[in-house]
Design a protein around this ligand. Structure first.
Ligand code: 8X3
Length: 257
């Protein structure tokens, strides 16, 4: 097992859900946390929790991954002692809407593609050159079971996660021989604000998604991410697909009636 003590981990979308749980798990390992989110105040609120858990240091940065220029500038201008990123966790992502493709609001598509695909690319483009230069690093992207199998009314969300899977594969090929490990962690149904965001804040609708089922928790995914990060340096975990015991694939669930 590799120690993460003093390693610098950049996590996007760190202010809630899987990103927040992942930050906490890396904190427990004694890592230095470079946490990015649109809500800086929320990151600030969480900082004591990460420090108490054992983070060696925490730097919070306001970052909207959709904004190409801001991503390039912010990450190029990091303080000197935060420029060596050992592990990049491309976690920021969202779903918007659940509707037939031919009836959906194109604004939903823009948000999902801009965050899940373009945002991941912008951050990767800013961070990976440093890893290549140093000959070491790890990129952990958040995919989904939705990237393996398309479900009804989710064509564009599923497409963004299929794109993530292919981009991860491409990055792994392009960085071969550079000492960089490239991993995708692909959860199924996980109880976060995911459904509330998908349904534009409709809590009742969101709650129904997790009814009569035991969903994964953000901590389950964080655990898998940190496991992939702590394997010996020569071990590259390529793909981890995680579901609750009540989910077989993107469309097959066991709901207790
Ligand atoms: C999340 C998985 O099936 O809830 O990416 O859309 S699902």
């Amino acid at each position: 097992m590799q120690s993460l003590r003093g390693k610098t981990v950049l996590i996007t979308g760190a202010s809630s859900g899987i990103g927040q749980a992942t930050a906490l798990e890396f904190a427990r390992q004694g890592a230095r946390l470079l946490l990015c989110a649109r809500r800086l105040d929320r990151l600030t609120e969480l900082t004591p929790q990460f420090t108490e858990a054992g983070a060696e240091d925490v730097l919070n940065i306001r970052l909207d991954v959709q904004d190409r220029e801001a991503v390039a500038k912010t990450l190029a201008d990091l303080p000197e002692n935060w420029r060596t990123i050992d592990i990049l966790v491309n976690n920021a992502g969202l779903s918007r809407g659940l509707a037939k493709l031919y009836e959906d609001d194109p604004q939903n598509w823009e948000e999902m593609i801009d965050t899940n695909v373009k945002g991941l690319l912008y951050v990767t483009r800013a961070i990976v050159p440093g890893m290549v230069e140093r000959g070491s690093g790890q990129v952990i992207n958040l995919g989904s079971t939705a990237g393996h199998q398309t479900y009804a009314n989710g064509a564009v969300y599923c497409a963004t996660k299929a794109a993530e899977r292919v981009i991860t594969e491409g990055l792994r090929i392009d960085t071969i021989g550079k000492g960089i490990r490239v991993t995708t962690v692909d959860p199924g149904m996980t109880e976060t604000a995911f459904s509330e965001v998908r349904f534009h804040g409709d809590k009742d609708k969101a709650e129904k998604v997790y009814q009569n089922i035991t969903p994964l928790q953000p901590e389950d995914i964080a655990d898998a991410i940190v496991w992939a990060a702590t394997r010996p340096a020569h071990v590259q975990i390529q793909t981890m697909v995680l579901t609750t015991i009540d989910q077989a694939n993107s469309t097959t669930f066991n709901r207790r009636s």
